[in-house]
Design a protein around this ligand. Structure first.
Ligand code: BEZ
Ligand code: FE
Length: 291
């Protein structure tokens, strides 16, 4: 190995890959590109040693912030638009199926299994507006899909998800529903309000470093799954919400904006949202993502 210089350091590191143990072609592809981009960035900004140490300290503190309720690295990825980018590369939409968007850090598996039309609300807030959500889930050819499992979750009117709020019951505003034989789903919930993503700790430092606000527009989360189909992770955004054009995690897509309209009297809720979803077959989805 020759002596390192500013000009040859990148190639020297790349050519060292696999020198002491086998690595597969994907590992080589990822590490080659990562080293090239990382070295390019460091040269571009002429990163100084005190800045490098500050970055190491920052990442160490980000790690210390993580526990079973907080995944700081997802948040950091969201703030710089990486989660939505990875999502678009993973779940390539060919036009027929519904668009996906970020999962975010607040999903919990195994929410209460509820019958069609039931409510996810366990604790009422004075300011809440009740909403009846319904729609059909179909395949790309328009056939209704029965037995589709929908997990839904949202924040409370105080802007907090239940697992970040000791005053809410466990699994409040979360539920698991299933489509009927017509591919129809329905549930009752409340209007999701805009909220700030956690902006204490290192996520907040990054937001301030970028001169960003922490706010997200009101949205209902969905995870929609059926064997043989690509699991759709998505959100419905309230068309009249603040921050729709300026989401702190860049997750809004035009096709995911829904109208919260006054509900017909017989539904017994304040508002009504109709939103259909189209699922891609798992095989079709895998070949699109590989292209
Ligand atoms: C969310 O929608 O729950 C979320 C997404 C990204 C970052 C923080 C929160
Ligand atoms: Fe959310």
């Amino acid at each position: 190995m020759g002596k390192v210089t500013l000009d040859n350091i990148t190639d020297i590191v790349i050519s060292s890959l696999g020198q002491n143990g086998e690595i597969d072609s994907r590992q080589r592809e990822i590490m080659t590109s990562l080293i090239r981009h990382l070295h390019g960035f460091v040269k571009d900004v002429r990163l100084q040693h005190h800045e490098f140490l500050a970055a190491c300290d920052y990442l160490a503190r980000a790690g210390q912030t993580c526990d079973d309720k907080r995944q700081e690295f997802i948040l950091l990825g969201d703030i710089v638009g990486v989660e939505v980018l990875v999502d678009m590369l993973t779940n390539v939409a060919d036009g027929a199926e519904s668009e996906s968007t970020v999962l975010g850090p607040f999903y919990r598996d195994n929410p209460p299994v509820l019958p069609k039309g039931a409510s996810t609300v366990q604790k009422a807030f004075d300011t809440q507006e009740s909403v009846y959500f319904e729609g059909h889930i179909r395949d790309a050819e328009g056939n209704p899909l029965a037995g589709v499992i929908l997990d839904v979750w949202e924040d409370a009117p105080n802007g907090l998800y239940e697992n970040h709020d000791p005053d809410q019951p466990d699994f409040n505003l979360r539920g698991r529903f299933e489509t009927d034989e017509d591919g129809h789903y329905a549930f009752r919930a409340i209007r999701p309000v805009p909220y700030p993503i956690p902006s204490d700790e290192t996520a907040g430092e990054l937001l301030r470093f970028m001169g960003h606000h922490p706010n997200r527009p009101g949205h209902m989360h969905f995870m929609i799954a059926k064997d043989g189909y690509r699991t759709l992770i998505s959100q419905i955004f309230d068309s009249s919400s603040d921050w729709l054009d300026n989401d702190s995690v860049f997750a809004v897509k035009d096709s995911l904006v829904g109208e919260f309209v006054p509900a017909p009297g017989e539904l017994g809720t304040d508002l009504y949202v109709k939103f259909d979803f189209v699922l891609a077959r798992a095989t079709a989805a895998a070949s699109l993502a590989a292209e």
